[in-house]
Ligand binder design. Structure first.
Ligand SMILES: Cc1ncc(COP(=O)(O)O)c(C=O)c1O
Length: 447
């Protein structure tokens, strides 16, 4: 069995079928890994094993189960730190429920610092809106091809007091991977810290935060298990210990204190200070298993495999008459993320037909990155769209279809996508794609 076949074999979901509205049975061709990835059996086993054999709350129990659960849970911080090459003596891992809450925590930890946050225009809303709530935000422009404008970054750093640069390691819209080391060097030269949103990259490409003293290190990094072959409900933020010590507690409550009287509180230190309440214990343990499993496969293998698929198929999609790809980024600088539109057909319709007629799972809409998407679509009237949305009018929102590659995808999956898109594009050009009933049933507006 090839390495790929043995990996694919670990994913029960690849054997799952569904029946479409015409009664046709499809095996699922999953190309929505950018939204969430499936857990392989090794991860599912660890999750179930915890529930069956060690289920107990952590950290304040003197009994066997609690201690066993605590040990399993506590060991995961080290796994995470190893996976992204962080220095455990100067940084901590804080677990949360999803990337959004991890990024929000980072924004909170920085809120008392003086200066603006510089957010790239390609960010997912989760690495943009939390910063807007906590002080001035400036934008790093993107270029027409979908890449970052480094000159603009430098200008904004030079001309403003910037405390934080918030940047994605890979865009969820185009897969573009900005040069994080270059960004970090620039940010540090001007006294700013760097927060990296690693939600997309974690399971697809090596990422190293580097030693705290290196001028190109990453100060904070957030990512989630549900995009890295672990179940939903667990994410993490890596942050420097001195920042944790100097900040108000993020979620005060159980576990965040040393002692409390009616009037006073002695706060705990480090991670405990900020993470009140019972965490997702089996989720964290499964996240650790997922990262260990990815390491055992080898992130170099993962990247080489996904890059080969991207190189083999993105250009074929691009070459289909009537298909427009968003962004123009060399495969080496992006993950296996392929956003496209078929001329004359709404992205919602395309995605629904891909599912219904071909069993292909894609995502469509604006991907929670409206400023980037409208820029890539050359949508000059974003302001007009905004005012209509605000007024509650019925608006056809701009968007695209996105196919994202994961570890178990093979050439057959991608071949199927290209063939399906070619057929749909040909039908669209011949005017026969959308019949009224299909349009009515499946044309929902999605954001
Ligand atoms: C780049 C990026 N950042 C943040 C998020 C938010 O992740 P979560 O759903 O884990 O909060 C996503 C989700 O798609 C994403 O793609």
């Amino acid at each position: 069995m090839s390495t790929l076949d043995s990996i694919r074999d670990l994913f029960p979901i690849t054997r799952q079928c569904f029946v479409n509205s015409n009664g046709t049975t499809h095996t699922i061709t999953y190309l929505d890994h950018g939204a969430s990835t499936h857990p392989p059996t090794v991860v599912l086993d660890s999750y179930r094993d915890f529930l069956e054999r060690y289920y107990a709350n952590i950290h304040r129990g003197n009994h066997y189960l609690s201690q066993r659960a605590s040990d399993l849970y506590d060991s995961v911080a080290g796994v995470v730190m190893d996976f992204i090459g962080g220095d455990a003596s100067r940084n901590s891992v804080l677990f949360s429920g999803n990337t959004t809450s991890a990024l929000d925590m980072a924004s909170f930890l920085m809120q008392e610092k003086e200066g603006a946050t510089l957010v790239s225009s390609m960010e997912h809303h989760s690495n943009d809106l939390p910063h807007r709530r906590r002080g001035p935000v400036l934008r790093i422009e993107v270029l027409d091809d979908g890449t970052l404008d480094y000159d603009d970054l430098e200008t904004k750093l030079r001309n403003n007091r910037v405390k934080l640069v918030a940047i994605t390691a890979a865009s969820n819209v185009t897969g573009y991977m900005p040069d994080l080391k270059r960004i970090a060097r620039l940010a540090h030269r001007f006294g700013a810290k760097v927060l990296v949103d690693a939600a997309q990259i974690l399971a697809h490409h090596t990422i190293e935060i580097g030693g705290n003293d290196a001028d190109d290190h990453i100060d904070m990094l957030a990512a989630a298990g549900h995009k890295a072959y672990a179940p939903f409900g667990t994410a993490f933020l890596i942050a420097p210990n001195d920042l944790l010590a100097g900040s108000e507690p993020y979620i005060p409550g159980g576990g965040t204190v040393k002692f409390v009287t009616d009037q006073t509180i002695v706060w705990a230190e480090g991670v405990d200070r900020h993470t009140g309440g019972t965490p997702n214990i089996p989720g964290v343990i499964a996240l650790g298993e997922a990262l260990k499993w990815l390491s055992s496969v080898g992130m170099d293998w993962v990247r080489a495999h996904e890059l080969e698929l991207l190189k083999g198929f993105e250009n074929r999609l691009r070459a289909i008459p009537g298909v427009t790809m968003l962004g123009d980024i060399a495969p080496e600088k992006k993950l296996g993320v392929m956003p496209f539109n078929i001329e004359g057909v709404h992205h919602d319709t395309v995605s629904a037909i891909l599912n219904n007629e071909y069993g292909i799972a894609t995502r469509n809409g604006c991907f929670c990155a409206h400023p980037y998407l409208t820029r890539l679509l050359s949508c000059t009237d974003a302001e007009a769209v905004r005012s209509k949305v605000e007024a509650g009018e019925d608006v056809v929102l701009p968007g695209a279809v996105r196919a994202t590659i994961g570890i178990y995808n093979n050439e057959e999956d991608l071949e199927k996508l290209v063939r399906a898109v070619a057929e749909l594009a040909a039908q669209a050009q011949g005017g026969s794609l959308v019949d009224e009933s299909v349009a009515k049933v499946i044309c929902r507006e999605t954001l």
